[in-house]
Design a protein around this ligand. Structure first.
Ligand code: SF4
Ligand code: SF4
Length: 381
């Protein structure tokens, strides 16, 4: 019997503290990026039919240049750096880039198609200090559109379950009139069985915009929501924003891309996101605090039907920051009209520590002391 799942759970608690610190920093100040995606190479070993984020020819970005970009992101105050692609496991020095992210104090994560994982490669990622890995699985059996399939990847998932001490999220997808929407439920169930986190994404077009769900797809989506783990902030927000998209309805939110979220392409340019490359397209070394501040308030016209979930999650923190009680009521609606929001226990504790009383009175002295102590525990000045 392997001890790895127990070690992963233990390390996961340590990572929760780092994540709580990241959330506390994000709520304390709006003047730094929370999440950046960096691309160490655009090449991919697959060619999914819907994807516009890969090629078959590009070389890896030199490692020294990737480490320089990581350092520049750290100088901007970035909390989480996700290595994406193309396929990041094709980069010969991926582990050095992960070490570089950790040495700057940021949270290190990757998004991969998983094809190149072996038990030895997973152990190397453990040693490099990787904290989170996401694999998106599109279907149960490979087809002409996608080979990111449970059948092909299940052995890799078992190896991850046996050897990885980092957190793992399995993302399934729905939408676009896919032939077998029930596959998303099969994938979610398998991921939960192996002890992984799960998310479900709605397929977007080449501009990151919505293709609304058909009735059978919506039924699968509702079932996945019922079977997933209980809602915390991220899940609650995912549920809310995906629910609107599933119904073909727009979301009312402020996209903070270019400020709280940065996408750094393989050429080292800062873009809003993978779907809106070309804006503002400023080289990272010239990206300043003034750019971060300006883009915080820039309205993005693509926002109402945007499906780029990581940017939505980042925006959730600013909603919490600016309108905490309204945000909680939206994420965790009351059971009865006019009643209090249905908050999970952890969120109730945080609310009591940090939010002013609901009657509009300012925080009392005792609450200020507890909030100050909590910020010190999280290491936020
Ligand atoms: S594996 Fe990812 S990057 Fe590669 S083609 Fe498929 S979706 Fe695109
Ligand atoms: S709303 Fe923001 S994240 Fe979504 S596509 Fe537009 S720029 Fe990208």
């Amino acid at each position: 019997m392997t001890l790895t799942p127990a070690v992963r759970r233990f390390r996961s608690y340590q990572r929760r503290i780092r994540q709580a610190r990241m959330v506390a920093r994000a709520i304390k100040s709006k003047r730094h990026p929370i999440l950046a995606h960096i691309i160490p190479m655009r090449r991919c070993n697959l060619s999914c039919g819907y994807c516009n984020e890969y090629d078959k020819v590009s070389n890896p970005v030199p490692t020294a240049e990737m480490l320089r970009r990581v350092e520049m992101l750290a100088k901007l105050g970035t909390s989480i750096i996700t290595i994406s692609g193309g396929e990041p496991l094709l980069h010969p020095d991926l582990d050095e880039i992960i070490r570089g992210i950790r040495s700057q104090g940021a949270i290190a994560t990757i998004i991969t198609n998983g094809y190149l994982l072996t038990p030895e490669r997973i152990q190397q990622l453990n040693r490099a200090g990787l904290e989170h890995l996401q694999i998106s699985i599109d279907n149960v059996n490979p087809d002409d559109i996608s080979k990111k399939s449970l059948k092909v990847l299940d052995r890799k998932l078992q190896w991850l379950s046996e050897h990885a001490v980092f957190d793992i999220n399995i993302n399934s997808v729905l939408g676009g009139g896919m032939a077998h929407p029930e596959d998303a439920l099969t994938i979610t169930r398998r991921a939960l069985e192996l002890g992984f986190e799960t998310t479900v994404g709605i397929i977007h077009d080449h501009d990151g915009q919505l293709r609304s769900l058909k009735e059978n797809e919506r039924a699968v989506y509702d079932q996945i929501l019922r079977e997933r783990k209980p809602a915390m902030f991220a899940f609650a927000y995912d549920n809310l924003f995906h629910k609107n998209l599933a119904l073909g309805q727009e979301n009312e939110w402020q996209c903070r891309a270019g400020s709280r979220y940065l996408y750094i392409c393989e050429q080292g340019l800062v873009h809003y996101c993978s779907q809106q490359r070309g804006y503002p397209a400023i080289p990272l070394e010239k990206y300043t605090q003034a750019d971060v501040d300006r883009e915080y308030s820039t309205v993005k016209e693509c926002a109402p039907f945007c499906t780029v979930s990581c940017v939505h999650r980042v925006a959730m923190l600013d909603l919490m920051r600016n309108q905490p009680r309204e945000a909680l009521t939206r994420f965790f609606p009351p059971a009865t009209e006019g009643g209090p929001p249905q908050l999970p226990a952890g969120v109730q504790v945080l609310t009591k520590i940090f939010l002013p009383p609901p009657d509009g009175q300012p925080q009392g002295a005792a609450q200020k002391v507890v909030a100050g102590a909590a910020m010190k525990i999280f290491g936020v000045k």
